[in-house]
Structure formats: C-alpha cells, structure tokens
Design a protein around this ligand. Structure first.
Ligand SMILES: Cc1cc2nc3c(=O)[nH]c(=O)nc-3n(C[C@H](O)[C@H](O)[C@H](O)COP(=O)(O)O)c2cc1C
Length: 330
C-alpha cells in the first residue's frame, strides 16, 4: 500500500534521506535523488535565522524541482517565531514543513529548541499547532524516544502531535541523553505503530546501514518507511541497494570505482554551481574520504584533493584515482 502525506504519494515503503546539517544540502540531495531516495529534507534551519533574514538560513531554503517531494526542516524555541518561520519557509514552496524536536546538540537543545521540547510536551504541542495553522502544506515532525532513559515519552508525543494535525512522524530510536551513542532501539517505535489511535505514517530512523538491516527492521518494527542518515554520507547508493534488496532479495553489486568517481564529480559540480567556486570547493573537502572509503593508501590522494583550489585540478586528481585504483575492489 502506498504511503501518503497529504496529497504526496510516496509509494510503498518509502526511503527518506535524513536532514543532516552541513551534509543534506542540494548538491548531496542531487546524488541521493539519482539513487532512488523517495523523500528528502533540507538541513535544519533556525527560525531565528530566518526571521533575522540571515543569509546562511535563507540559502538553506533553496529547493529545486528535481528534488520533489522535499521538506524544509525548521527548529526554534519561540512559538511565535516558529509560526513566522513557517510562513517564510512555505513561501520557498517545499512540499512540506518538518519540525525538528530531535536535535541533541548543546547550542540547540540547551536553548530550548530541538530535543529540549521533549521536556515540555505542552509547549511542543502548542508550537506544533501554531506551525500547522500557519500553512496549508502538510507538517511533519522528527523527534527522538524522549529526553533520557527515565522519560521516554514519544508514545504520548505521537498521539498529541497527531491530534494537532501533523501528517507523519519520524522517530530516531535514541534519547537526547544518548546523543549518537549506544544502539538505536526501535521497540518503542513499533509500540507507536501498534497504537490503534495512530493513523499517520510512522518512519523509523537510526542505525540503518545495510539493505539486510533495512529489510529485517521493516519486518520487525512494522514501520511505514525508513529514514537513512549517516550511512548515505559518501554512499548515496545505499538507497538503490536497499530498494533492490526489497524487490529481489538479493544484494546489488557495490558501485564501481568509475561510478564513485563520477558521482563524486557530480557532487563537486553541483556544489560549485550552488555555492560558488570558493565555498563549493572548500565544503566538498569533507566528502572525499567518504566517497573513497576502503581504498588502500588513499591518504596521498585525499591530501591532494583537499588542498587544491581549482575545479579542473580536482577533476584531474579524481581521474587519476580512477586510473590508479581501477583494479582495486572497494
Ligand atoms: C552530521 C549530522 C547532522 C545532522 N543534522 C540534523 C538536522 O539538521 N536535523 C535533524 O533532524 N537531524 C539531524 N541529524 C540526525 C539525523 O537526521 C539522524 O536522525 C541520525 O543521524 C540517526 O540516523 P542514522 O543512524 O541513519 O544516521 C544529523 C546527524 C548527523 C550525523
């Protein structure tokens, strides 16, 4: 059965790209889309930044036709500012608005935004209601199991947020206190799926890093779809591999080196197109090691890639990598 969010038809068991600061920008989203992801989100955007008209926040609102369906994710601690941020974000014409109630990092969660709202559900409900009211677009939420081991309140959160009109919920199977440590626990996510009161799609998130795990957890935890974050960094092929596995029960061959090089080049080109040469080239530096993970003695090439300042020179090194390592299995 197809999963729907408002009028958006995501097909059967959609795969979602997780919102990731400094990662899930339009260039990265481009290569994920090429590999079959069903829905994507922007990096989280500060409501305060949007209201102040900060250039960095505004730039994150850029969404492109080829990316649809795409959600803009916002966060903040002030209900009225979140309402305004929703209006500003909706004007950028995404397909939906997502609220972040999951971010654990100090300068977000300790300023009353992100996961800290898990400590004040009344305020979270009030904020969500204000966002839903401020737009005709569907509103979704991404959150965690709770603040810490003693307050895993996502079951109640799911009911109350559905009651004020959210149209899908993604749950990262960790508490705020866990940050990114330990293992994600999806058992509570299954309880929410089994709650007869819940009728919105519930997406599972946390630690999915292989087609086999995606298939196992799909069955075990009964979720409506899966969101993948870290496993896609430098490896956007994870989406097509999971899809292939669902369809055939077989592992797709990993990308060839040629394909890695090509995708890395596209990522670089899109980066330069969208950010301009200086920032585009600079911010691409964090990705090279990920694209070529597993290649022995890659360090020398990485050092070159992260020091060059011109696109042509970088492309030449990428070509050299393809030539040098073409026989190496990665
Ligand atoms: C580098 C990085 C940046 C992230 N930024 C965001 C963000 O902007 N918004 C958000 O909701 N979650 C953010 N997250 C959390 C991810 O969306 C996801 O919930 C988490 O990584 C667990 O999923 P995974 O195990 O598939 O990576 C970020 C995670 C990482 C690693």
């Amino acid at each position: 059965m197809s999963v729907k969010i408002g009028n958006i038809d995501l097909g059967e068991f959609p795969l979602l790209l997780a919102p990731m600061e400094d990662v899930s920008d339009p260039p990265f989203r481009y290569v994920c889309k090429q590999n079959g992801v069903d829905m994507m989100y922007t990096e989280f955007i500060s409501s305060e930044g949007l209201i102040r008209d900060a250039a960095k926040s505004r730039q994150k609102l850029d969404v492109f036709e080829y990316e649809r369906p795409i959600g803009i994710q916002i966060f903040g601690s002030d209900v009225e500012h979140m309402r305004q941020a929703t209006e500003i974000s909706a004007a950028a014409k995404p397909d939906l608005i997502d609220i972040n109630y999951g971010c654990p990092v100090k300068n977000v969660a300790c300023r009353g935004a992100g996961a800290s709202l898990l400590q004040d559900i009344d305020k979270m409900v009030q904020m969500t209601a204000a966002v839903v009211k401020a737009t005709n677009l569907p509103v979704t939420v991404k959150t965690r199991l709770g603040w810490d081991d003693n307050t895993k309140n996502v079951y109640e959160v799911a009911e109350r947020l559905q009651d004020v009109g959210i149209q899908a919920l993604t749950i990262h199977g960790r508490t705020r206190a866990q940050m990114y440590k330990g293992k994600a626990d999806w058992a509570l996510i299954r309880e929410i799926k089994r709650n007869p009161r819940i009728n919105i799609p519930i997406f599972g998130n946390g630690d999915v890093d292989s087609p086999q795990k995606a298939a196992d957890w799909r069955l075990e935890y009964e979720v409506d779809g899966i969101m993948v974050g870290r496993a896609s960094i430098g490896y956007p092929w994870i989406f097509r591999e999971i899809k292939h596995f669902f369809k055939t029960g077989e592992q797709l061959d990993p990308p060839t080196l040629k394909e890695r090089v090509e995708t890395c080049k596209i990522h670089l080109q899109k980066s330069v197109e969208w950010k301009g040469p200086k920032t585009g080239i600079f911010e691409m530096r964090r990705h090279y090691a990920n694209y070529f993970k597993g290649i022995p003695n890659f360090k020398e090439y990485r050092t070159k890639l992260v020091s060059l300042e011109h696109m042509n020179a970088i492309e030449e090194v990428l070509q050299e990598i393809e030539y040098q390592f073409s026989g190496v299995l990665v």
